[in-house]
Design a binder for this molecule. Structure first.
Ligand code: CP3
Length: 341
């Protein structure tokens, strides 16, 4: 049914004609077409209106020619569905006015009925699948429980998420209760995405790298493992735990078919740690998309050679930056497509 299933075949470990490519945060502010819709509708309005979410999801497929679409939404729709107020403040980022700090606060959150609270996402997925008409696979996603806890406790973005960490270290029982509630919600949510038509799911643990290896196991991977186990007979899953390269071996053992890596580890070392049976995804430094196009072309080749043929999905090591010229994003994608062994 899919005309381009390079990503699915790569995740399954099959040989493909070339390395597939997509970019994290590929639907976003570097696209003038996205900015035009952003000027007219609020952020969560764009997420909650299936027609808008579908249009934004398809933009990078049409404009830069990536090998997968990723659902336009946000990881913070889950805390919203669990009962917390979440707003996105222009040029400041997410804000949760009443974060979780105490046992009493935890009583304000629940494991919701996902059809009721997140049905708009499932509707968007159905519409996207219709509009894609099999051109490329659709990636669904959710935040990892640890990364969602960071926002639910800290209440806003942070470089260190110290308040979230202190919450975990001083009130571990409460933290584990919250992490389990997020996990249960996420499993139902991702199963709903798959039922609606998502072909692959990615778990974003953007703040996994803030934890020591032992704390990453205890507060993050323990819960990611449950999510992967619940999904693994349905669709391929990809875990992207930024900065948590120390745990690639244990992440590979979860049953996920793909592991995202950032640019702080070489493909060779990542391969050595993750073993030979899992697809690696990454790991171009997003800031390098600001380099002149010939430099991008050269560095893409280096990256592809570093990973070697097969078991690799080309991507950035984190989300694309808002100021990247569209022709640079396209040059990145085209350079991957043009590469032959
Ligand atoms: O990849 C895609 O194109 C799909 C869409 C997507 C968005 N957010 C849209 C978005 C995905 C996969 C996310 C995930 C997400 N959201 C993560 C994990 C990935 C990562 O980058 O680490 C995180 C931590 C968030 C939380 C979040 N949402 C932040 C910190 C911000 C503000 C900072 C920023 O980049 O603007 C958002 C807003 C957001 N989510 C935007 C988009 C396109 C920008 C909104 C706008 O200003 O138009």
């Amino acid at each position: 049914m899919l005309q381009n299933d390079l990503i699915i075949r790569t995740l399954r470990g099959e040989k493909t004609e070339r390395t597939p490519v997509w970019m994290m945060r590929q639907a976003g502010r570097y696209l003038p077409e996205y900015m035009a819709l952003r000027a007219k509708y609020g952020f969560f309005e764009r997420c909650q209106t299936p027609e808008l979410a579908a249009e934004i999801t398809l933009q990078p497929v049409d404009i830069v020619g990536v090998d997968a679409a990723i659902l336009f939404s946000d990881i913070l729709v889950v805390p919203q569905a669990m009962g917390l107020e979440v707003e996105l403040i222009e040029s400041k980022g997410p804000n949760l006015p009443e974060p979780i700090k105490t046992t009493a606060d935890l009583k304000r959150v629940r494991v919701p009925e996902v059809e009721e609270t997140l049905g708009y996402v499932f509707d968007a997925i159905k519409l996207i699948k219709q509009q894609l008409n099999g051109r490329v696979p659709l990636i669904g996603f959710a935040g990892a429980p640890w990364t969602l806890l960071c926002y639910m406790v800290q209440g806003k973005g942070s470089k260190t998420f110290d308040e979230a960490k202190i919450f975990c270290y001083t009130q571990p029982e409460l933290a584990h209760q919250l992490l389990q509630m997020i996990t249960d919600t996420t499993i139902a949510y991702l199963k709903g995405q798959v039922k609606a038509g998502a072909d692959v799911v990615q778990i974003f643990d953007s703040w996994g790298g803030l934890l020591s290896p032992a704390d990453f196991e205890n507060f993050s991977l323990k819960y990611i493992r449950q999510i992967v186990a619940a999904l693994k007979d349905e669709v391929p899953t990809i875990i992207f735990a930024k900065g948590a390269w120390h745990s690639l071996e244990s992440m590979a053992a979860t049953g996920a078919l793909g592991l995202g890596i950032d640019w702080c580890i070489t493909p060779q070392l990542a391969r050595q740690m993750a073993g030979n049976n899992i697809t690696l995804q990454g790991n171009f430094d997003p800031a390098k998309l600001m380099s002149p196009i010939p430099v991008i072309q050269k560095e893409v080749k280096e990256m592809l050679k570093g990973f070697g043929p097969g078991l690799h999905i080309a991507n950035l090591g984190h989300g694309i930056l808002p100021n990247v010229p569209v022709d640079h994003a396209r040059a990145f994608v085209d350079a991957v497509k043009a590469f032959t062994w």
